[in-house]
Design a protein around this ligand. Structure first.
Ligand code: GLA
Length: 347
């Protein structure tokens, strides 16, 4: 496709996947633990070197150019321009990029289509200009591009999952030290991602409000991050004003759930893992308050029809759920869920 658009073949092809988070929600910007897994859907870039920025995006059927050094414009090209910008900030020589981009990652459903685009772009630039970047550095630069250029104050989970994740494994990541480990997903189960069919509403403002609430809770508790809390701090958390008490309680318990979830997966205790997913959803609904009536209905339907665990995934406020379903029960699960929640879109 690159050749059809630009008239000569690409020099490199690079890709990166979206992700779904199994456990550990709204913990990454609190220096906590997360447990995402990559999706079998990729964003792919065919690319060649040049001295400007010129990209054709298949999903939008749009051809765009931007002079390097220009600020963000609020469009999809920001994610790619941001990657070049961040490399320049760090002193790397990147003259420009000509690319054809195509994404299989569903957009706007909380499955990290933006992280996939950033990581794929940085991989393409690494290959084009022989940049000495390892996968963790790529994830860090991708997050920096999103925060400082695109202007979304995300944590580092999505970019790390896209850059370091491996199909069939969960990535157990400590977002404070950036230490990570691959944990095999249970055999005989399917990770099922279902979109609620409701686009995320107020996701950005709600997300930023939650971040500020966590910062306010830290200030009152006198801790550098909510990661520093332990179960012994529970009485102090309960003494915080509403809703800061709920926010801190969610983060403390969600971090514990990730640690326990990794233990459960490694011990082959799938039912226990499923219960932790359900507890995570309830905490996101009641304490973190980022669920919606539709996500709640969908999760309940999934549990009624054979999922061992189900929860909203990603930031919340709409978007997708993730469920763990025994292979043999999948067909019945799908039919049952569609009956109770006809807008469900199975990935
Ligand atoms: C979004 C952000 C992530 C993370 C999740 C919530 O996906 O991009 O960094 O904060 O929300 O867990």
């Amino acid at each position: 496709m690159f050749e059809r658009i630009f008239g000569f073949p690409p020099s490199v092809v690079a890709s990166a996947p979206g992700r779904v988070n199994l456990l550990g929600e709204h913990t990454d910007y609190n220096q906590g633990y997360v447990l995402p897994t990559p999706l079998p859907y990729q964003t792919e870039l065919e690319a060649a070197p040049t001295e400007s920025l010129e990209v054709y995006a298949e999903n939008f059927r749009e051809h765009k150019r931007r002079a390097l050094g220009q600020p963000r414009q609020g469009d999809w090209l920001d994610y790619i321009a941001g990657c070049i910008w961040v490399l320049h900030q760090h002193g790397y020589r990147v003259p420009g990029l000509r690319a054809y981009v195509r994404s299989q990652v569903p957009m706007g459903g909380g499955l990290s289509s933006s992280a996939a685009l950033e990581v794929a772009t940085l991989r393409a630039l690494r290959a084009l200009y022989q940049l000495p970047l390892d996968d963790q550095t790529i994830a860090r630069l991708a997050q920096e591009a999103e925060v400082a250029y695109v202007g979304v104050r995300c944590g580092i989970m999505d970019q790390m999952a896209s850059s370091l994740g491996r199909l069939g494994y969960a990535l157990f990541l400590d977002t404070q030290s950036l230490e990570s480990r691959l944990v095999p997903l249970p055999e005989g189960y399917r990770v099922v991602v279902v979109d609620s069919g409701v686009p995320r509403r107020l996701a950005e403002s709600g997300y930023n409000t939650r971040r500020s609430e966590c910062e306010a809770a830290c200030a009152l508790l006198g801790v550098p991050s909510l990661r520093a809390l332990s179960p012994a701090d529970a009485p102090r958390i309960e003494a915080l004003p509403e809703p800061l008490n709920r926010r801190a309680r969610h983060v403390l318990r969600e971090n514990q759930r990730v640690l326990e979830g990794v233990e459960a997966l490694e011990a082959g205790q799938v039912a226990r893992f499923g219960q932790l997913m359900v507890a995570s959803h309830r905490s996101l609904r009641d304490d973190y308050q980022v669920s919606t009536p539709e996500l709640d209905q969908l999760v309940e339907a999934e549990l009624r029809h054979g999922a061992v665990g189900a929860r909203l995934t990603g930031a919340g406020f709409g978007g997708a759920t993730v469920a763990l379903v025994p292979e043999g029960a999948f067909q019945r699960f799908k039919e049952g869920v569609l009956q109770d929640y006809p807008q469900a879109r199975f990935l």
